[in-house]
Each structure stands twice: as structure tokens, then as C-alpha cells.
Design a protein around this ligand. Structure first.
Ligand code: MG
Ligand code: ZN
Length: 175
């Protein structure tokens, strides 16, 4: 029982600034959450996240998305549907000059007690493995469990449930 990961552009660009890595939650952080969001027609970007991701791209700071997607094992959407949504998200962001390096998600429901569902940190450890030379990671998310996950992973947290959280994350990128 493990998480699912897809690498989009890791190491495909000229050497990025690998000192800092920006990790973000997906729903309600990058795109609007309609409650189990997987339909392409529900894909709406949050303006502040576009600004944050464009800053990361400009600074050549890699970006990883880490997300709980229990809708898969709840039987509400197929893996394929989730991956199609993710691909469309990456593509939509690319058009706005934002780059996503990888997306890691947990398809399990809480009752399965997997070791990847946030606030557990298996998905974070995977992201850390991608960038052995990185020295600083932060996580941007909207929920209590996001905050807890960042704490458990020992990295800085910024809340996307308040606009100022995005500003704080941009400041973290540039400091
Ligand atoms: Mg969220
Ligand atoms: Zn899991």
C-alpha cells in the first residue's frame, strides 16, 4: 500500500536552484476545491497560487505537489481520472509560466491506516529523496492536517487558507 507519484519535469531543465524546494497541497491551495475534485470542468486555479508558482519558476525553484486523494479508494473516481486531472492542472499552469516537477498523492481512505496519508510523511520523504542536494523545504496547504504534516516532516508551513500565506511563501522563496 503506497502512494502514487508522477514526475513531470524533474532534471529535464538546466540545473535548477536545488537549495530550496517548494511543496504544495493541491485542493484549495492550487485549484479550487469542489469537494472530491476530479472533473476537468471543475479545474479552476487560485490566483494567488499562480503568482506563487510563477515566482518559483522564475527563481528556478522546483515544485512538488503532495495531496490526499481518498476519493480513489472511496470509489468516487478512478486513478485514471485523478491522473488526467493532475495532467490538466500541470498543463494549465504551464500556460501561465508555472512549472510542476512532480505530483505525489495518497489514494487511501483513513480506515486503511496507510503510511502515506497526510499528516503522515511518507510522501514528504519521497519528495526529499528527489532532491538530495536541497537544504530547505516548505509546505503550503489549507488544512489542519497539512499543518500537522509539515510539522511531522520538520519543515516550514504556510497556510493557503489566508491570502497572506501565499505572500509569506513568496517571501520564503526569495529570502
Ligand atoms: Mg487542501
Ligand atoms: Zn496512503
Amino acid at each position: 500500500m503506497t502512494f502514487i507519484s508522477k514526475i513531470y519535469s524533474l532534471n529535464m531543465e538546466p540545473k535548477p536552484n536545488t537549495k530550496k524546494i517548494l511543496i504544495l497541497d493541491r485542493d484549495n491551495t492550487i485549484n479550487r476545491d469542489t469537494g472530491y475534485t476530479y472533473r476537468l470542468k471543475d479545474l479552476v486555479l487560485i490566483e494567488e497560487s499562480v503568482e506563487l508558482l510563477a515566482s518559483a519558476a522564475e527563481l528556478r525553484i522546483p515544485v512538488v505537489i503532495i495531496s490526499n486523494q481518498s476519493l480513489v479508494n472511496r470509489g468516487l473516481a478512478s486513478l485514471d481520472e485523478v491522473e488526467k486531472f493532475n495532467d490538466a492542472l500541470v498543463e494549465k499552469l504551464e500556460k501561465k509560466k508555472c512549472k510542476i516537477d512532480a505530483i505525489i498523492f495518497c489514494p487511501h481512505i483513513p480506515e486503511e491506516e496507510c503510511s502515506c496519508r497526510k499528516p503522515k510523511i511518507d510522501m514528504f520523504l519521497e519528495a526529499f529523496r528527489y532532491y538530495p542536494e536541497a537544504s530547505e523545504f516548505c509546505y503550503v496547504g489549507d488544512s489542519e492536517s497539512d499543518m500537522e504534516a509539515a510539522k511531522n516532516a520538520g519543515i516550514e508551513f504556510f497556510s493557503s487558507s489566508i491570502k497572506y500565506g501565499y505572500t509569506q511563501a513568496i517571501n520564503w522563496l526569495t529570502k
